[in-house]
Design a protein around this ligand. Structure first.
Ligand SMILES: *C/C=C(C)/C=C/C=C(C)/C=C/C1=C(C)CCCC1(C)C
Length: 246
């Protein structure tokens, strides 16, 4: 209940966009849709903590924090978009800087719930994600060549996949319960296929022809929907299934 009150407070905040959303502005519409979905997901994850066993509660909290932090930034990002039709690069990367490490914590929690994991796994993923995001920002803000930044960020992302797939992560999960194993597999898909949508957005926005903020942002918004909300729902599903079984 207290969470609902908190969120109602958030919704009472003043409007963040000065202008109005145009009906033919599909990128703007996608900002609006994802903003609302992030708020709904945040309420859902916090309320659902009551329906899972104690070892899953932190995972749902982290999912709720990810969507909550993103909701906050989307309130500003959609305002920037509607007012200026340019990419809200700074808000976007501040959001990612907070939410990507939290998503990595989520991986770590899932593994730790079932087996001993080396904390070096977390460190490697954390460092990989920092390199990926820092170079993404440098490339998008024009501080360095968009192509060179892209190649370095791609290398960091591939390194993270390799750590999870063949490193500590892949080994540890073999001893886990079926529900955790399937959650982990789905999460691997999220990191490989779901996260691949971001570099696709970068390519469409920066590397083919003129800079194209409309394509870039509609793709990033879709990616956030998949990787923050869907990802959380997968964990929620595993948590509910496992909690019933015990
Ligand atoms: C909630 C936000 C998430 C999960 C953001 C993830 C972002 C990425 C996986 C970004 C990756 C990038 C590359 C792999 C290369 C080009 C630059 C980036 C930063 C878009």
């Amino acid at each position: 209940m207290k969470y609902l009150l908190m969120l109602t407070g958030l919704m009472a905040m003043p409007s963040f966009a000065a202008g109005d959303l145009a009906a033919n502005d599909m990128t703007g519409v996608s900002f609006w849709l994802v903003t609302a979905a992030l708020l709904a997901a945040t309420v859902f994850f916090f309320v659902e903590r009551d329906n899972v066993s104690s070892k899953w509660k932190t995972s749902l909290t982290v999912s709720g924090l990810v969507t909550g932090i993103a909701f906050w930034h989307y309130m500003y990002m959609r305002g920037v978009w509607v007012d200026t039709q340019t990419s809200p690069i700074v808000y976007r990367y501040i959001d990612w800087l907070l939410t990507v490490p939290l998503l990595i914590v989520e991986f770590y929690l899932i593994l730790r719930a079932v087996t001993n994991v080396a904390s070096s796994l977390f460190t490697k993923l954390f460092v990989g994600s920092l390199v990926m995001l820092i170079f993404g920002y440098l490339g998008e803000s024009g501080a360095m060549s968009a192509m060179v930044a892209f190649i370095i960020a791609m290398a960091a992302w591939i390194y993270m996949i390799q750590v999870l797939y063949s490193g500590e992560g892949g080994v540890a999960v073999k001893q886990a319960s079926p529900a955790v194993q399937s959650a982990y597999k789905t999460m691997m898909w999220i990191i490989i296929v779901g996260w691949a949508v971001y570099p696709l957005g970068y390519v469409m926005g920066h590397l083919v022809g003129e800079t194209n903020p409309a394509s870039l942002n509609i793709i990033y918004n879709f990616a956030d929907f998949v990787n923050k909300i869907l990802f959380g729902l997968i964990i929620w599903h595993a948590a509910v299934t496992e909690s019933r079984g015990t």
